[in-house]
Design a protein around this ligand. Sequence first.
Ligand SMILES: [Zn+2]
Length: 304
Amino acid sequence: MPDQHTTRRASYDLHLHTCWSYDAMATVDEHFAAALAHDVRRIAITDHHIVDGLDEAIATAERYPQITLVPGAELTVTASTGSIDVVCLGFTAAAIEALTPVWDAYHEWQREYAAATTAGMRAIGFDYTDEHRRELLESYRPARALEVQGMTHVANKMQRAWFVERGFIANEAEYGTVLAAAAEKVARPPYPAADFVLPAVKQQGMLLIIAHPTGYFQRDNLDRMNLLREELLLDGAECAHRLVPPELRPFYRSWCEEHGLLSSGGSDLHWSEDVSERIGAHGGPDEWWPEIQARLPAGALVNP
Ligand SMILES: [Zn+2]
């Protein structure tokens, strides 16, 4: 029976994770197959913090010539207001090469953050070793991703369940509290700085789209919105996402228009079981795509 997710799909979905993200298991093939089945004709692969999976995405695109691929990444940066997710769209091979220091910084951040989490848990008395973390990662992450990225952090979904199973916490609701206590003992490194990451990415011509902005924008705080627009060098905002209440979408859209920004839409899928039901079902109108397409760097699209 159709629910609100399946009532209407856009012709594009510009925020999708694959198993190259530390917290996702969907495959790129699942995204393409679902896109084809549901006539979502343009998709962006936007893995967390990395572009390690884009070769695989580009190779898969060859088998789906009807679907346009936008090579992307979702980079979380430390800004003046806290950590913020930025969807970056339009990576070319040359840009990826030029941004090597950025990828190195994120790979290192993932490993250091993960190691600080396990060390913090041990510091408050729990038996959570790096070997346990390896076993957890190997239980759901592909070997090819671990080979490139090393021992990353563990998806909350898996780590939370394991904490319960091991008796570290009585129930899943205690997860945040115990992680905060661990961080008191062993500080986790902040995400790479916005002013290190974003100017470099923008210089390569990629579009910078603030992801699911409602929290970052304090819903509709224009001062905050304009501060972040300037600080993050934004090209657009993800006005259509399940974390954006539909009643805010027109407000964000007119703010985008006022400032010459693009509006994007993405379903932010991570898990195989959600892909077919939700791809393209972010609520954004089809008219946003040609505006985005016109500003993507030349040569960025696969199967244009
Ligand atoms: Zn995401």
